[in-house]
Structure formats: C-alpha cells, structure tokens
Design a protein around this ligand. Structure first.
Ligand code: UT7
Length: 331
C-alpha cells in the first residue's frame, strides 16, 4: 500500500469588516504611516469591534466558509484543531465550542497554543492524525482576536496586530502530495521578549495587574526581530537542503506575516524571487494564528496541484519552524 500523507484539500477564511488604518493610528498614538509602512509593511488591519464576540466567532466564520466552498458535511469531520493565542476563555476549550457550533458532531477537538507558530505546529499535529490512518478529515483553524490583548496606547504593539481567522481541511493522500517534511524548533529562554505577564497561573489577575496593564502583550521588538530573521531564514534554507529543493523548485514561500522585512530576509536566504513570496501583511497586519491560512486563502486561485510550498513561521516562546508541502488540487 502507498504511504499515507496529509494533504490540504480545502481552505476557508474570515476577517472582520472594520479596517484600522495607519492614518487612524496616527491619531491614537505617536506614530506615522511612513514609520509603520517602512518598518513593517503594514497599511491596515481588521478589528472585530463587537464586544460580545470572541475568537470563536472568527473561527466559526472561517470554518463555515470552508464547509460551504467544499460542500462538506460537517458530520464527516473527525477532529477540529484550533490554534489560538486568544481563546474565548482560559478554561473551556474554544475548539470544542467551535466544533459544536459548526455541526461537527462526530469530531473531538482541542486548542493548540504556540503563539505565532500555532498554525505551523497545528499542521504538523493534523498531519500525524491523518498519517495514522485512523482519521480521514481533520479541520485545522487558526484564529485570533488580537485586539482583545493589545493596549491601544502602546505604539510598539498596537500598530502590528490584527484580527482574523483561516481554516484548512487535511485529508489522506496516496499520490505523494501534502505534508512531506518539517523542521520545528523552540527555545523557552525567549519568553521574556514576547509575552503577557498576568492572567496565567504564574501571575493570577488582581486589581494591580489590571492597573499596571499586565494583561496586554509586551514585546521587545528589536530582540524578537533579531531571533526571527535568523531563525526563520535558517529553517527555511534547511528544509530546502534536506529535500534537495533549489530556488527554482520552490513555487511559493508561505511565511508568517509579522514584518515584511523578516519575510524579505527569509526569501533572500532562499534566493527566491519576489513573485513567489505570498504577502498580505499590508491588508491584515499580524493576525498571529491566522496568517498562514489567510495567505492560502488569498493565493488559492494561483496554486496548482503539485506546487512545492515552503511554510515558515516564528513566534513568541520562542517557537519557529518550516514545513515542506506539495499542494494537492487546482481550484
Ligand atoms: O509574530 C511574532 C513575532 N514577532 C515579530 O516577529 C516582530 C519582530 N519585531 C519587529 O517586527 C520590529 O522590531 C518592530 C516592527 C516591532 C519594531 O521595529 P524596529 O525597527 O525594530 O524598531 P525599534 O523597536 O528598534 O524602534 C526604533 C525607534 C525607537 O525610537 P528610538 O529609541 O530610536 O528613538 C522606537 O521608540 O522607533 C520608535 N518606535 C516608533 N516610532 C514610531 C517604536 N514604535 C514606533 C511607532 N511609531 N509605532
């Protein structure tokens, strides 16, 4: 019997309507459109304004988009994985709520948390379930309501992040398509540079933690930038070497959208021309768990069966890695 690989067979996405532009940010904090554009590549980001909606709302919308596009019966889904850094609640898995709401009544479900590498690590997790032969349809969603953990008076973070969600379906493939290799890394000494101090078991919430704004994202951008540039480029180059891929072979780089300069550096290391680099950071900013599936959604029409894709991400923790995947369908 041919080896089972895990192929992506459908994509869905959702972003909220409200656009927070650089121009509007200029009125909120001491920044300029020029600074944000040249330092990050971001022009605007989407924000989920409704105070009574959490990450599950975004995730459900993305999953429903995929289900409608594929004409999929949600009862056929075996597993729902949700990568998120902003679950609806600290306890009661958001993935479980999402699975029930989309009608995946035969699935089990759980959340994954590895910051901006959520979707990448989720791809690896989804693939293992498919490769086992026991599970036929795994829905992987990346969703984040980053606006719920951002201090909109802090110019070092509020210009970067946005809200959004994307979803992909993994199914077994025996033609050699799908996830073929991965190189995933972590370094816990990095947690000082990108974190939310309070609200977890180490620093439970108190009046002081709220007053001191310790429930918002803190980022030492310069340090994270240095680690991100070298590590993301390293793993992307390594996965190419390991699979004997040259820059001619690679059709697409699908890289986490944190900063255009980091993506450009990775592409340069891979000797990849600009037209092969998926990019939508200008529209959405950094949506944490949703960047990779939002790219797949925006570029889906250009992808062809057999295309060689290199995925790469870097996130808080630190977490990072690269995945080599052969695209499985023409849309
Ligand atoms: O997705 C998870 C992983 N995260 C990342 O990969 C993010 C990595 N880091 C970055 O993308 C960049 O470090 C940032 C975009 C966050 C910042 O860019 P930078 O080029 O590293 O700027 P910086 O932090 O070194 O700041 C340069 C200057 C500072 O002023 P001084 O000290 O030189 O006078 C900052 O105070 O820019 C100032 N600055 C700003 N100026 C205008 C910082 N934020 C802003 C701002 N507008 N929004």
């Amino acid at each position: 019997m041919s080896k089972i690989t895990a192929a992506i067979t459908a994509v869905g996405a959702y972003v909220p309507d409200f656009r927070l532009t650089n121009k509007v940010l200029e009125t909120m904090v001491d920044t300029t459109d020029e600074w944000i554009t040249t330092r990050t590549g971001i022009k605007e980001r989407r924000i989920l304004k409704d105070p009574d909606k959490g990450t599950s709302f975004l995730a459900i919308k993305a999953a429903e988009d995929l289900i409608a596009k594929r004409n999929l019966d949600p009862k056929e889904i075996d597993l729902v994985l949700l990568g998120t850094a902003t679950p609806d609640m600290p306890v009661a898995s958001t993935a479980v709520y999402v699975a029930t709401k989309i009608g995946a009544t035969n699935a089990f479900a759980f959340d994954l948390q590895a910051a901006c590498s959520n979707f990448l690590f989720g791809m690896s997790t989804a693939a293992r379930f498919i490769e086992s032969g026991k599970y036929k349809k795994v829905l992987l969603i990346g969703a984040d309501k980053m606006s719920s953990i951002i201090d909109y008076t802090d110019r070092t973070t509020c210009i970067i992040f946005g809200d959004g969600a994307g979803a992909v379906l993994f199914e077994p493939n025996t033609e050699g398509l799908g996830l073929l290799d991965e190189y995933l890394r972590v370094d816990g000494s990095g947690r000082e540079f990108l974190k939310i101090d309070a609200g977890g078991s180490l620093m439970p919430p108190t009046e002081e933690t709220v007053k001191e704004k310790k429930h918002f994202v803190f980022q030492d951008g310069k340090s994270v930038f240095k680690f991100a540039v070298s590590n993301m480029a390293d793993v992307a180059a390594r996965i190419m070497d390991r699979n004997n891929l040259t820059h001619d072979d690679v059709n697409w780089l699908v890289a986490h959208q944190a900063n255009k300069r980091i993506i450009d550096a990775t592409a340069k290391r891979m000797e990849l021309e600009e037209s092969k680099v998926m990019m939508n950071i200008e529209k959405y900013g950094n949506t944490t768990s949703a960047t990779l599936p939002l790219l797949l959604h925006d570029y889906e029409a250009q992808l062809k069966k057999g295309d060689d894709l290199v995925f790469a991400a870097f996130g808080g923790g630190f977490t990072w890695g690269a995945i080599y995947l052969k695209w499985a369908y023409n849309s």
